[in-house]
Design a protein around this ligand. Structure first.
Ligand code: THU
Length: 133
C-alpha cells in the first residue's frame, strides 16, 4: 500500500463536486477515496424532484467502488462546493463502514480520524455473521 496523498484526494473531491446535480438544495458535494489497490474512486450528490430519493455523494462513490472492481476503502474525504471539508452524514458513515471498516481514515474538519471514532460501535457485516454463521 502506498502512502496516502491527501491533497490528491481533496483535489479529486473538489473536482467531482462540480459535477453534482443539486438544483434543490444548491449544496454540491464531492467525495473521493483511496482503495487498497491504489485506485481513487469519487462521487457527487445527485438530487431528485422527489426530494427524499436524492443520492448523497457517497452513494456514487461506493457504487463506483464496486463497478470498477471492489476492494477496501483506505482513506476518504468529502467537501462542499466551497472546497470545505465536511463530515459524511450518518447514513453515509454506515455506507462507508461497510467497505472500509473501523480502520478507514476519514478527513474531518477536526483532522484525520479513524472510522471507529467517526461511527463508534458501528453495526456491520460481522454482526450478521455472528448470528447467521
Ligand atoms: N449530502 C451528501 O452528498 N453527502 C453527505 O454526507 C451530506 C449531504 C448531500 C445530500 C443533499 O443533496 C445535499 O448534500 C444537502 O443535504
Amino acid at each position: 500500500m502506498t502512502d496516502i496523498d491527501w491533497e490528491e484526494l481533496r483535489a479529486a473531491s473538489r473536482d467531482i463536486a462540480t459535477r453534482a446535480y443539486a438544483p434543490y438544495s444548491d449544496y454540491q458535494v464531492g467525495c473521493a477515496a483511496l482503495v487498497d489497490d491504489g485506485r481513487v474512486v469519487v462521487g457527487c450528490n445527485v438530487e431528485n424532484a422527489s426530494y427524499g430519493v436524492g443520492l448523497c455523494a457517497e452513494c456514487g462513490l461506493v457504487s463506483q467502488l464496486h463497478a470498477t472492481g471492489g476492494g477496501r476503502l483506505v482513506a476518504f474525504t468529502c467537501c462542499n462546493k466551497l472546497g470545505e471539508r465536511i463530515m459524511p452524514c450518518g447514513r453515509c458513515r454506515q455506507l462507508l463502514f461497510e467497505f472500509g471498516g473501523n480502520d478507514l481514515l476519514v478527513d474531518t474538519p477536526q483532522g484525520i480520524l479513524p472510522m471507529r471514532e467517526v461511527l463508534p460501535q458501528a453495526f456491520g457485516p460481522t454482526d450478521l455473521a455472528a448470528v447467521m454463521g
